[in-house]
Design a protein around this ligand. Structure first.
Ligand code: ATP
Length: 638
């Protein structure tokens, strides 16, 4: 596309969207409902800022919630202003902090080739060792989630005891937290929480670095601002200092659904208080048919914690596939099993070519698993789509662990993973403890010693031996890792079954390599490749004829032609915990927002369902159905 693509994109904006896109200097807060074109506004604004300043060297920073969303935004900006796209840094908070620490982390003792521990098992392992070495209680490993909470509020180990009512609890946590951080430092590793916390530490300790960022990135944009955590917000504040004003945040206070993770209406209020932004509302919804817009409005007005002057959603979609009365249905069933079977039967009747445009959303994973087996019985392809922190097949687990071992020859955790994966793949029985002991005697590297151990069990297996040789060659020249990867990929058996772990991992791998290549270039060194790999989900892209099953949290920012929301019963949506917290509790309001997010994913058709009985317990229909104004069926349909 060319410069005229931007003109076309600009001409397609509504008046309100155009005002947001044309906003130049100063703080702006765009309060926008679901389907109001937030993504369109952000990408067009990035493109316009760049196109308007072709001879300027400043860059634009745009942060969003997931790497997928960032990839999509990047692709759209590239299409609009191909020659200027390199002046945009589009990523997530975590990827932005990762880059900041690669470039400047050495000021606070972080080497740029740090490892990222994204897996809880790895983190527990490191904590277990740290606890052992410090002579603390082995069961203190369960304090990891407490440590995460402290870290998300940017509380450092020293002095963390004072945040606990019981001084002995506090001092125990402080010791464990300190031991954990020391172990991470020793391993030159960071976890997700550290990325934000250390970036914050960096810019507060070295304000000059924050100043450089303000100069380089003259305009900042934040998508999904409602889900910013306390730590992320404080990082923005520290980076902005007292004078930086070009902050443009897009948010919907009716879509705060990550409260458990630190998101809060408070962050929106803090932004208003700290930056005094100009405010703009985008209430027109271009995604959903009017009937859905109207029930969404009826539902969300029951929440009190939202912007007082928030305008209700307006229906802006003009071309509709079905007559108005057929855009929503409400179904009642006798049990969860019958609900799953009947919804699956309904989906099986939809033309197979459209299955990729069908989503089933649920509050928890339990109903999704039921749906998946019901759909499988009807021969409908369906996947539970959710973030995956690691590969599943031994082949790809081995490949990733060998890369990690090549970069960090002393990394014992990498040795454990590659040994276990290879044993599963080839039926060998190499033992990590024996390999480690052998290295002490022979002074060979862990990987070389693993090769000796595993070859003894491989016999004349040609593929197995060839892979071991490839790994040994790679370990001598880790910089040539791309050749190693290509050679291994060629030896991983192809699979006919698309749902097999190997086929899914292969699809995920090629998607990851493409996305990482776009972010850091195709010649980036191994350490950067592994850092990018660590922060990304290893989930395979959903196939085109496949129904997507996801939790409501996972569906944020997505849209589908046909949306089924199942399990609309008290105790489920709203959850048991929110019922316990009470009618007007923050928890209940969050559940209502969950329901609001779920129903506003539908482009054409919405089916809401509930059963009288889940897991053997009788349940009442969800209060949200009544709040939306539905009259409920007298009898279950089956
Ligand atoms: N001006 C417009 N005219 C017609 N359609 C539009 C317009 N703006 C956005 N849309 C369409 O509305 C839908 C929603 O847009 P988008 O994905 O940007 O929404 P969003 O505001 O990010 O939603 P959510 O908050 O639910 O993630 C898309 O299909 C988009 O193409």
């Amino acid at each position: 596309m060319t410069d005229s693509s931007l003109s076309v994109a600009l001409s397609e904006l509504t008046e309100a969207q155009s005002v947001a896109v044309a906003w130049r200097d100063g703080p702006m807060f765009v309060l926008a409902g679901p389907g109001s074109g937030k993504t369109r506004v952000l990408t067009t604004r990035v493109a316009k800022l760049l196109a308007d300043t072709p001879d300027r060297s400043f860059r634009v920073l745009a942060l969003t919630f997931t790497n997928k969303a960032a990839d999509e935004m990047s692709a759209r900006v590239t299409a609009l202003v191909p020659e200027q796209e390199r002046r945009a840094l589009i990523g997530t908070f975590h990827s932005f902090c990762m880059q900041m620490l690669q470039q400047h982390g050495s000021h606070i003792g972080i080497n740029p080739d740090f490892a990222i521990y994204s897996l809880d098992v790895d983190r527990q392992e490191i904590l277990r060792d740290a606890i052992k070495q410090a002579g603390l209680r082995p069961d203190d490993v369960r304090l990891l989630s407490t440590i995460d909470k402290l870290k998300s509020q940017l509380i450092q180990p020293a002095g963390s005891a004072r945040y606990f009512r019981d001084p002995s609890d506090g001092s125990r946590v402080e010791q464990v937290y300190a031991a954990y951080e020391a172990a991470l430092t020793q391993a030159n590793a960071l976890d997700f929480g550290s990325l934000i916390a250390q970036a914050h530490r960096l810019v507060t300790a070295f304000p000059g670095i924050a100043g450089r960022y303000r100069k380089t990135y003259a305009y900042w944009m934040f998508d999904e601002f409602q889900d910013t955590t306390d730590g992320q917000y404080r990082l923005i504040r520290a980076l902005a200092g007292e004078d930086f004003r070009n902050v443009f945040a897009v948010a919907d206070d009716d879509q705060i659904i990550y409260q458990w993770n630190g998101a809060s209406y408070q962050q929106i209020q803090r932004f208003r208080a700290d930056f005094s932004p100009q405010e703009l509302q985008l209430p027109t919804n271009y995604r959903c048919p009017p009937a859905i817009v109207s029930v969404a409005n009826r539902l969300v007005v029951h929440n009190l914690q939202r912007t007082t002057a928030k305008q209700p959603l307006e229906a802006g979609k003009t071309s509709l596939k079905y007559p108005d009365e057929q855009h929503i249905c409400v179904l009642r069933y006798s049990t969860d099993d019958v609900e799953a079977a009947s919804i699956a039967e309904g989906i099986a009747k939809i033309d197979r070519a459209q299955w990729g445009e069908v989503a089933v959303l649920a509050r928890t994973r339990y109903m999704l698993e039921k749906l998946q087996s019901a759909l499988t019985q009807k021969q409908v392809n369906a996947v539970i789509s959710q973030r995956r922190d690691d590969f599943r097949s031994p082949q790809f687990l081995w490949l990733a662990a060998v890369l990690r071992q090549g970069l960090r020859p002393l990394d014992r955790r990498a040795l454990e993973i590659l040994t276990g994966a290879f044993n599963r793949w080839f039926g060998t029985d190499a033992r990590v403890d024996l390999i480690v002991t052998a290295t002490e005697l022979t002074e060979r590297s862990l990987l070389d010693e693993w090769a000796v151990a595993v070859k003894a069990g491989l016999g004349d297996d040609v593929n197995g031996n060839a892979l071991v040789d490839l790994a040994a060659t790679f370990a001598k020249e880790p910089a040539r890792f791309r050749q190693f990867v290509d050679a291994v990929l060629a030896m991983i058996p192809a699979q006919d079954d698309e749902a097999s772990d190997i086929a899914e991992d292969r699809a995920a791998w090629s998607d990851l390599v493409r996305s990482i290549g776009k972010t850091i270039g195709r010649d980036a060194p191994l350490e950067q490749f592994l850092q990018e790999l660590a922060i990304r989900s290893k989930e395979a892209p959903v196939g085109s004829n496949t129904v997507t099953l996801m939790t409501i949290h996972g569906a944020k920012g997505k849209e589908f032609d046909h949306v089924y929301v199942v399990g609309l019963a008290e105790d489920i949506l709203p959850s048991f915990q929110s019922l316990k917290a009470g009618e007007n509790s923050a928890e209940m309001e969050e559940e209502r927002r969950n329901c609001f997010v779920a129903i506003t994913r539908a482009r054409e058709w919405l089916c809401l369902s509930y059963a009288d009985n889940y897991r053997g317990w009788n349940k009442q229909p969800s209060r949200f159905l009544l709040e939306m104004g539905f009259s409920l069926p007298d009898q279950p349909s089956q």
